[in-house]
Design a protein around this ligand. Structure first.
Ligand code: NAD
Ligand code: DAU
Length: 355
């Protein structure tokens, strides 16, 4: 039987993580002419169980590898004839970056440079190969009560995580400028939805409410985040990958700013109703704990550019998105149990229960 010829052979890094697994699934299902190669190291945050509905697809392949290992990356580019990259692999949790910044430099900075160098080496002529770097709004720093981040906002990263992502963004732009590598970057606000690892605010709170554990709210709970349904982020990535302009940056946000404490109350109310508990009972679990060091006060994205240029807009309102997210976690308690066993459990005990 002759081997299928694919129009693109896209390396998606971090495809076993939260956002990456949604990107992989959308691309495998929507683009049967593309071969999707999911490269992931399978750290504590990576879980192949996130991908069960595509694992047998003919246009899907998983490769366990570490982006910090340049020899491995070069061999994959050569052997798999990679035509494009969508780069999501990263250490993604701000609290972990505060306790172990070096790990973030290794994966987020050095790992990105290794991928850029491989792209430069194996795509010597400009033949429409595209390097798409997925980044964060945290590179812009922190806002006061007013204003929004736009694509030209000066970088002002303030945590080891955001400093490492800012550095990787700069390297991507440097490779575009110096070596004419075709690149696009997007900077996105806080995502939520199914398969998010329960160290991040929303799944952590859902998991703890289900199990009647304390809900650790940092500081006074007044910090503001702009929440985006993960499926809306994936649609934006799909559009930018296919239609974004070479060398451009696009901000992506949910038009949905909320104070942390209001969000936690919303989750408590939804779960009281779904678990047939007395209204107000889950909120009694709220526990104000020592603030995150250097905690950014407010993020807010102005997504006018991607709306105008690529006709993208967020589809989920927060009430609808939170209901859907809570339903998913209630229906997938085994997934939760699975990912919170072992290494994560000891991290959780150390970082949250002792505060
Ligand atoms: P995640 O932590 O859920 O997943 C990261 C994935 O990368 C995991 O599967 C992990 O195994 C893999 N990985 C880590 N180190 C690796 C290495 N050295 N080599 C290969 N694979 C490695 O992260 P996420 O929340 O899905 O975020 C994905 C990307 O999107 C990140 O680049 C992050 O900075 C960015 N981002 C996330 C958000 C958000 O709200 N979660 C918002 C904006 C941007
Ligand atoms: O803005 C995009 C970024 O959003 C992404 O680049 C990061 O990868 C992602 O982790 C996220 O960063 P945050 O630090 O905003 O997300 P986190 O879920 O850790 O925290 C959200 C807010 O909730 C933040 O103000 C800190 C607060 N918080 C968090 C946790 C885990 C608490 O009050 N209690 C908690 O237990």
């Amino acid at each position: 039987m002759s081997e299928q010829v694919f129009s693109k052979r896209i390396l998606i890094t971090g495809g076993a993580g939260f956002i990456g697994s949604h990107v992989v699934k959308q691309f495998v299902k929507k683009y049967p002419n593309y071969l999707i190669l999911n490269l992931d190291k399978l750290t504590y945050a990576g879980n192949l169980g996130n991908l069960h509905d595509v694992e047998d697809a003919e246009n899907y392949k998983f490769i366990k590898a570490d982006i910090v290992n340049s020899e491995e990356i070069n061999a994959i580019f050569q052997n798999e004839k990679i035509t494009d990259v969508i780069h999501l692999a990263a250490e993604s949790h701000v609290d972990r970056s505060i306790t172990n910044p070096t790990e973030f430099v290794m994966t987020n900075v050095l790992g990105t440079i290794n991928l850029l160098l491989a792209a430069k080496q194996f795509w010597p002529k400009n033949q429409g190969n595209r390097f798409y770097h997925v980044s964060t709004d945290e590179v812009y720093g922190s806002l006061g009560d007013t204003g929004h981040f736009v694509e030209t906002t000066a970088y002002d990263p303030r945590s080891p995580y955001s400093a490492s992502k800012a550095s990787s963004d700069h390297f991507v732009r440097a490779f575009s400028h110096t070596y004419h590598l075709e690149t696009v970057i997007s900077n996105c606000s806080n995502n939520y939805g199914p398969y998010q690892f329960p160290e991040k605010l929303i799944p952590l709170m859902i998991n703890n409410i289900i199990h009647n554990k304390a809900l650790p709210v940092y500081g006074a709970g007044l910090n503001v985040r702009d929440w985006l349904w993960v499926g809306d982020h994936v649609n934006a990535i799909d559009l930018i990958f296919h239609k974004g302009k070479n060398g451009e940056t696009y901000n992506i946000g949910g038009d949905c700013e909320m104070k942390n404490i209001d969000l936690v109350h919303l989750l408590c109310n939804i779960l009281d109703r779904k678990l047939n508990r007395e209204q107000g009972s889950s909120a009694k679990l709220i526990h104000y704990v020592t603030d995150r060091p250097g905690h950014d006060m407010r993020y807010a994205i102005d997504a006018s550019k991607i709306k105008a240029d690529l006709s993208w807009s967020p589809s989920y309102r927060v009430e609808q998105g939170m209901e859907a997210t809570v339903d998913w976690y209630l229906e997938n308690e085994n997934w939760l149990k699975n990912v919170t066993s072992g290494e994560y459990q000891s991290y959780y005990d150390k970082h949250y229960l002792q505060k």
